[in-house]
Design a protein around this ligand. Sequence first.
Ligand code: BEZ
Length: 258
Amino acid sequence: VRRYKKMNIKWNADKYTQDFSFVHEYGNEVIGLINREEGASVLDLGCGNGALTKKLSELGFKASGLDASPELLQIARKNYPELTFYQGDATEFELPGKVDVIFSNAVLHWIAKDKQPDLLRCVYHALNENGQFVFEFGGSQNNALTHEGLRQAFAARGLEYKMPFYFPTIGEYASLMERAGFRVEYALLFDRPTELKGDNGLYDWIDLFIRTPFGGVDEGMRKEIIADAVERLRDKLFRDGKWFSDYVRIRGRAVATV
Ligand code: BEZ
C-alpha cells in the first residue's frame, strides 16, 4: 500500500469507540448491500477501529481494512490480530492485489470534493472486473441544523465557520462515479435522526468531530463556541430529554465495469 498523507482529524480513538459505536452498528445495514458470495475479498475503506472489518470476516468474506489514522489502526490490529490492516490515504492507495468489493461506511464525507475523483479512481483500480463499491456516508443537508448553529456561534464572535465536509446529492455523486467508470446500480438518500447519548450528547459530538473549523481558536473560546451552538440548537435537536444528530445518509452500490 502506498504511504499516506495526514487526515484532517486526529482521532480520540477511545471516545470514538465507546461513545459513538452507533456508527459501526448502522454499518451492518450497509453490509447488506453487498451481493457477493462468501469468500469474496472485501476491503473496508476507512476501517477505523476495525469493528466492521471483523463483521465482514464473520460473514465469510476475506476482509481487510485500510485507514489513515495510526491511532485507530492500533486498536484494530490489537482487537483483530488475525485480520490485515493497511495504513493509507483513501485518495492515493494501491493494494497489493485487487479485491471483489470495496466497502466504506461513514468515511467519504471527510474527503474534500476536489479529491473525490482521486478516491473513486483508486477504488476503481483496486477492484476486480465487475467489482462492487458499496458505501454510506453523509448526504446532502447532513447535519444542516448543527452546522448552521455552529455558523451562528462563530459569526456572533466575528469568526467565519468553514464547512469541513462533503455532503453530496445522489445526482452529484452518481455523476462522479459514472465519470470514474462505474455503473451505479443503487442509490438512496434519507434522514436518520440519531440519538446522541448523555446530557451533553451534542456538545460531545461537536467536540469530537468538528476540529478543523476551530484552527487558531484558543481552547477557552472553542468551548464557549460549542456551548453557544448547543444552546442555539436546543429547541431543534433536544426532544423528550434526548439529544439527536440531524444525520442524512447517502448510500449506494456501483459496479466497476470494463
Ligand atoms: C457523519 O457520519 O455524517 C458525520 C460524522 C462526523 C462528522 C461529520 C459527519
